[in-house]
Design a protein around this ligand. Structure first.
Ligand code: AMP
Length: 281
């Protein structure tokens, strides 16, 4: 596995690949877990050369504290990547990606200002900017993202299409722990009690999915089922909404019903999110 720490090394690696080689990019912020593992496995399908990136992107953190305490487990991450047969890992410094004078960033558009974008101003501009730079530098044919971050996935897909990037963006399902909590690098920051309390997110999604399964098609009623789960919970509620897959806006009764329930809350100061698809398979 090639360990690439700057743009020049990355370019040399990329230029040396035969033009027939399919390149699959898996961007991450490290502290790799089962969810990342599955993304990397999906990306390697069809014999693609997989490049993973590990970069905790300061542009997408609106809270200094979250950036400072973001878990970093580089040795274990490299062992996982090596084990999976990843071709290269790109782990740039902040200066490598954002050299002095850097100032231009991307505007995510209206869907970047709601939900995670409202809870974390500037988050999606920072996220899209780094993903655009990773796309430009790695020149992948495919890029792999988790459904866990549904709004991120939506915006990356929009960026790839709207800016004619010619990169296929693929989605992988969310991996959850046995009790339902979605794997997240931030989970290690939860104390024992908060770890238990965090199950309110999956309970909310479960309640919504059950109501949908029983035939409820009013998005506002589905949302109230989710919100009810937060009553009495110490979780600091952020949002629980039903959105359309097409535009990532509030679903309305009578829509074509490719919907997704999205939920987020803060526990022990840690922002957690999860979602579930609602609609025909
Ligand atoms: P992160 O390192 O948190 O930026 O995540 C890197 C990629 O892994 C993103 O595309 C995430 O959506 C994806 N990911 C994070 N958690 C999970 C999970 N529990 N299951 C599947 N994919 C995930």
């Amino acid at each position: 596995m090639q360990k690439l720490t700057d743009a020049a090394a990355l370019k040399a690696w990329r230029d040396a690949l035969p033009s027939s080689t399919q390149v699959a990019l898996v961007p991450t912020m490290g502290a790799l877990h089962v969810g990342h593992h599955s993304l990397l496995q999906h990306a390697a399908k069809d014999g693609a050369a997989v490049i993973a990136s590990i970069f905790v992107n300061p542009l997408q953190f609106e809270r200094e504290e979250d950036l400072t305490f973001y878990p970093r487990t580089l040795a274990a991450d490299l062992a996982m990547l090596e084990d999976l047969g990843v071709a290269a890992v790109y782990m740039p410094s902040v200066e490598d990606l954002y050299p002095q004078g850097f100032q231009v960033s991307l505007d995510p558009g209206p869907a970047g200002a709601t939900f995670e974008g409202a809870a974390r101003p500037g988050h999606f501009a920072g996220m899209l900017t780094v993903v655009h730079k990773l796309f430009a530098r790695c020149r992948p044919h495919t890029a792999w993202f988790g459904e866990k971050d549904a709004q991120q996935l939506f915006l990356v897909r929009r960026m790839a299409a709207d800016l004619d990037m010619g990169i296929q963006v693929h989605a992988c399902p969310t991996y959850r722990e046995e009790d339902g909590l979605a794997y997240s690098s931030r989970n290690v920051r939860l104390g024992e009690q908060a770890r238990q309390d965090a199950l309110v997110l999956s309970r909310a999604l479960q309640a919504c999915t059950e109501a949908y399964g029983e035939g409820e098609r009013n998005p506002r009623v589905l949302e109230s089922q989710m919100r009810a789960q937060f009553e009495g919970s110490p979780a600091v509620f952020a949002y629980a909404d039903v959105i359309t897959e097409e535009n990532f806006v509030a679903a309305e009764a009578g829509d074509d019903q490719h919907w997704r329930a999205v939920v987020a809350a803060r526990l022990d100061g840690v922002h957690l999110l999860d979602n579930r698809y609602l609609g025909p398979a």
